[in-house]
Design a protein around this ligand. Structure first.
Ligand SMILES: Cc1cc2nc3c(=O)[nH]c(=O)nc-3n(C[C@H](O)[C@H](O)[C@H](O)COP(=O)(O)OP(=O)(O)OC[C@H]3O[C@@H](n4cnc5c(N)ncnc54)[C@H](O)[C@@H]3O)c2cc1C
Length: 482
């Protein structure tokens, strides 16, 4: 029986996408968000005139976003203009060699024998993009736009399967002769929290996409994406409750009956889509005695993504780095050092300057800088005191200050404890499940509990704004096709 009234837990892009998809099929949808605003990890907060990101910083694989919007009946081009980031990445190596990656036709090595090495790198990039572009197209225009299924992967991508053995590091060694170029290319995917040696090879499509199609920002900042989704959802008649945290999914006789809110209010619903992560859903929102053993084990064994300390600076001065995102990195084989806490003082770090492509995000003449500092993953949540947070932030800002002038007007820090408590990310893991999680470690859109569905980055099928939107669509479709 098709549900008449669906309750959605979470107002990020996954919850909003699920809601739009359902409501356009005539279902009544009520969305419950514990925070005061929607958008979750794809939103912005304005502080003293600086528009800071609350998570996502850029868009990769732009056609995937177009497909996700199309699936919701929204024309992306007219509702959400994108600006291409002219130079997305630059890396500074230990001997001060600077490698700038603009696009597949414009890369540059400034250092010893720079010109000759640039020419070689350019050729090798051309070959690498040509080798992987067909697979990128299959993923961006087909596989990622459908619920993941092994048989579909085999049918669509069988020609490419022999290439998919090994790690990103194996492939970079195979394709690039210059060790410093390898380090710079490996750095592009360090945002996953994994060194190239542990990055599944198919994530090379992120790198190839950046070289081929570039990275983009929505005009107005990342929050413009959820703003479009929110206004569409409301226009279609979706009911939104903010400041409405869900404490329990009510289950009776083996099927979902509704929700209880933190306030004690009880909401009746025929079905629920939770975007609060599989881990949170089955440890906190469902009565433990009702969670099937398979899902309990999946929660216990869930490989979580990295934690981090978000450091955001609103500057009075203009910062003009060589690229939107700049990495100070060791060689590829040592990049684990970049991802682990550096107690002797921060040496390896990355910073991003959203105001480089979009100056209007800061007051005139000012800039925004964002950093994600590597943290000690074993540090208990309670240890993230204000002091511990500001000590690590100070060390990271000092490292940055050796390279860029910083006239700081505003500082915003988001510790792992804040990601857990204020942004509701399970144990503070920024992507929930690790980007290296295998399909069998992810949570299904349709659960064994009748009427309970899951969506969102922290659940399935991974990290990223567009893929999270798609997961909302898949959960809604699974519900309507049940
Ligand atoms: C630091 C960081 C950087 C990122 N960088 C990028 C990037 O550059 N590019 C990119 O494409 N992606 C990036 N991502 C990933 C991207 O932001 C996410 O994939 C996407 O925004 C997730 O959307 P979602 O709806 O699945 O989850 P969320 O945005 O987390 O939404 C879930 C919502 O549920 C709410 N909620 C949780 N529990 C409850 C409850 N009990 N009751 C009611 N509400 C509840 C939460 O408050 C939240 O608003 C980044 C993520 C992070 C955290």
């Amino acid at each position: 029986m098709k549900p008449k009234h669906v309750a959605i837990i979470g107002g990020g892009v996954a919850g909003l996408a699920a809601g739009i998809r359902l409501i356009s099929q005539g279902v009544r949808v009520s969305l419950f968000e514990t925070r005061d605003t929607l958008g979750g990890c794809c939103s912005t907060t304005l502080i003293d005139g600086y528009r800071f990101n609350n998570g996502a910083m850029f868009l990769a694989v732009p056609e995937l976003l177009d497909h996700a919007f199309a699936r919701l009946g929204i024309d992306r081009a007219t509702t959400l203009p994108l600006r291409r980031i002219a130079t997305p990445q630059a890396s500074l190596l230990p001997d001060d060699t600077l490698i700038t990656l603009r696009d597949r036709h414009h890369v540059r090595i400034e250092g010893k024998n720079g010109e000759a090495r640039t020419a070689t790198l350019q050729d090798e990039i051309e070959r690498c993009v040509n080798r992987w572009n067909p697979l990128l197209n299959i993923f961006a225009n087909d596989l990622l736009t459908q619920p993941m299924s092994l048989s579909r992967v085999l049918i669509k991508a069988w020609r490419h399967l022999p290439k998919l053995h090994g790690t990103l590091a194996t492939e970079l060694r195979r394709s690039f002769s210059d060790p410093q170029a390898r380090a710079a290319l490996a750095a592009v995917t360090l945002y996953t929290g994994l060194p190239a040696e542990r990055t599944p090879i198919f994530l090379i499509i992120g790198l190839v996409s950046m070289l081929q199609d570039g990275l983009h920002l929505p005009v107005g900042g990342m929050g413009a994406i959820s703003d479009v989704l929110e206004s569409t959802f409301r226009r279609l008649g979706g009911e939104v409750r903010t400041g409405a945290g869900v404490s329990r999914i009510r289950i009776d006789g083996g099927r979902v009956r509704g929700l209880s809110l933190n306030s004690g209010e009880v909401i009746a619903a025929d079905a629920v889509i939770s975007t609060a992560s599989g881990m949170t859903t089955f440890t906190q929102l469902v009565d433990p005695s009702l969670v099937p053993g398979t899902l309990q084990r999946r929660v216990q064994r869930a490989p979580l993504s990295q934690r981090t300390l978000g450091i955001q600076l609103g500057l009075r001065n203009r910062v003009l780095p060589p690229a939107h995102s700049v990495n100070h990195i060791p060689m590829m084989e040592e990049q684990q050092l970049f991802l682990t806490s550096q107690p002797q003082g921060v040496h390896w770090f990355n910073y991003t300057v959203p105001t480089l492509p979009m100056p209007e995000l800061a007051p005139p003449g000012g800039s925004i800088v964002e950093m994600f500092a590597a943290v000690d993953e074993n540090m208990p949540m309670e240890a993230w005191t204000e002091q511990a947070t500001s000590d690590l932030a100070d060390a990271s800002i000092a490292a940055l200050g050796r390279h860029q002038p910083l006239d700081i007007a505003t500082t915003r820090l988001i510790s792992p404890r804040d990601y857990a408590n204020e942004w509701h990310l399970y144990r503070g893991a920024v992507y929930g499940l690790s980007p290296a999680a295998r399909p069998d470690q992810q949570f299904p859109h349709r659960t064994p509990i009748e009427g309970l569905y899951l969506a969102g980055q922290t659940t399935y099928p991974g990290f990223g704004v567009s893929t999270s939107m798609f997961s909302g669509v898949f959960a809604a479709d699974a519900m309507m096709n049940a």
